[in-house]
Write a protein that binds this ligand. Structure first.
Ligand code: 5GP
Ligand code: ZN
Length: 113
């Protein structure tokens, strides 16, 4: 989808700091980090949100979580702990409608909401 920001990053049309890549996933640093480590993990396949991705290509969700574990270890946040989250829909704050898993770590993150 040429009008999708994350599809354009996957295609290399928009630059991003890529930290991990597999056949089905890509991980890059968030442009507005909310924690010392803030990486966005995306499926290369376009899907508007995580639940839609679960229907379209369920195995890719596994791939995203496996990639998140690799990134957490590489970033050194696996010992202290980190947060993985999918914002799903506007009320949750989703602004890019290409499924993406946020990985946040490197500081005390506190309770949700
Ligand atoms: P959402 O709010 O949809 O869950 O997350 C979208 C994320 O994408 C936000 O954290 C935002 O900072 C990040 N983002 C938006 N535009 C860009 C961009 O052009 N490059 C990168 N690397 N991240 C972006
Ligand atoms: Zn997309």
């Amino acid at each position: 989808m040429s009008d999708c920001l994350f599809c354009r990053i996957v295609a290399g049309e928009i630059p991003a700091t890529i930290v991990h890549e597999t056949e089905t996933t890509m991980a890059f640093r968030d442009i507005a980090p909310q924690a010392p480590t803030h990486v966005v993990l995306v499926p290369k396949l376009h899907s508007p949100d995580a639940v839609a991705l679960a229907t379209a290509a369920p195995g890719v969700l596994d791939d995203l979580f496996l990639a998140a574990g690799e990134v957490a270890a590489a970033e050194g946040v696996d010992e202290g702990g980190y947060r993985l989250l999918f914002n799903t829909g506007a009320d949750a704050g989703q602004t890019v409608f290409h499924a993406h898993l946020h990985l946040l770590g490197g500081r005390e993150l506190g309770a949700l909401a």
